[in-house]
Design a protein around this ligand. Structure first.
Ligand code: HEM
Length: 267
């Protein structure tokens, strides 16, 4: 077996045992998602979050990633990264892509060749203007995502990742899962948004969010997608899961490769 196939098999075993695919998607997204152009420049997937003496490992937006996600990944990191077979940044990318497909989502082509930051000094200066807040609306989403090269349509497709996973009060301050099967990567996030009635609530940590009687939630930033011109894409993806998967893969691969150069198809 190739090294990628070996790592993939170990990741799937980890996900079967711990049901932790969603946090690996968030780990890859926040590693890559600091990239920006315009007023903020630089940022690329470089695994700077593994340093917790400063920089990305200490950003509030990354709460739970250096601790929970990296602890879960540790045995695989020790086996492959410490042996010099893959970088941390490539492992995080692959871990997310394996998680998405393993939970029923689309297959994602993974490229390799990302370099790891050598210290927290290689972090971007701050999360502000680079990573989104869950209690804000469409102007904020555009301010964050347009300088990364994403269109309104791609913002909707990427947000569809919230079809899996949960918010944790001790990490973000928000609480609950978006969909009824938070380990199934499908288009139920979009279906729910269009069909469920949500009411306002404030979490124990004081964060405003929306809840449905079934116990699922939406962030203010999620329901902002019901406004024009985003809404037409929500409606499309709710009707046509293949369209969601196709658009998601395009936007997600772009996100994972933003700010990288010289990537290759194999390790
Ligand atoms: C559009 C703006 C976005 C906002 C405001 C946002 C906000 C959040 C928040 C507050 C959480 C909860 C973290 C926690 O408490 O554990 C979360 C979790 C998550 N986010 Fe996002 N997010 C956004 C976009 C994205 C994107 C682009 C992706 C990936 C394509 C993504 C994937 C996830 C996943 C998979 C989780 C679940 C993590 C877990 O279960 O531990 N999010 N997001």
């Amino acid at each position: 077996m190739s090294t990628v196939a070996d790592i993939t098999a170990d990741l799937k075993a980890l996900y079967n045992e711990k049901n932790c695919g969603p946090i690996m998607i968030r780990l890859s997204w926040h590693d890559a998602g600091v990239y920006s152009t315009g007023a903020k420049t630089g940022g690329c997937p470089n695994a700077a979050m593994r340093f917790t003496d400063g920089g990305e490992g200490c950003f509030g937006a990354n709460a739970g990633l250096p601790t929970v996600a990296l602890t879960l990944l540790k045995p695989i990191t020790e086996k492959y990264v410490d042996a010099g077979l893959i970088s941390n940044a490539d492992l995080w990318t692959l871990a997310a892509n394996v998680a998405i497909e393993h939970m029923g989502g689309p297959a994602i082509p993974t490229k390799f060749g990302r370099s790891d930051a050598a210290s927290s000094a290689e972090s971007v200066e701050s999360q502000v203007g680079r990573l989104p807040d869950g209690d804000k609306g469409i102007d904020h989403l555009r301010e964050i995502f347009h300088p990364k090269g994403f269109t309104d349509r791609e913002i909707v497709a990427l947000s569809g990742a919230h079809t899996v996973g949960k918010c944790h009060g001790d990490r973000s301050g928000f609480e609950g899962a978006w969909t009824e099967d938070h380990l199934n990567f499908d288009n139920s996030y979009f279906k729910d948004m269009l069909t469920k009635e949500y009411s306002d609530m404030t979490t124990a940590a004081g964060c405003p969010q929306k809840k449905h009687d079934s116990g699922t939630i939406m962030l203010i930033s999620d329901l902002a997608l019901l406004e024009a011109p985003f809404r037409e894409f929500v409606e499309l993806y709710a009707k046509d899961q293949d369209a969601f998967f196709k658009d998601f893969v395009g936007a997600w691969v772009k996100l994972q490769e933003n700010g990288c150069s010289g990537l290759r198809d194999s390790l």
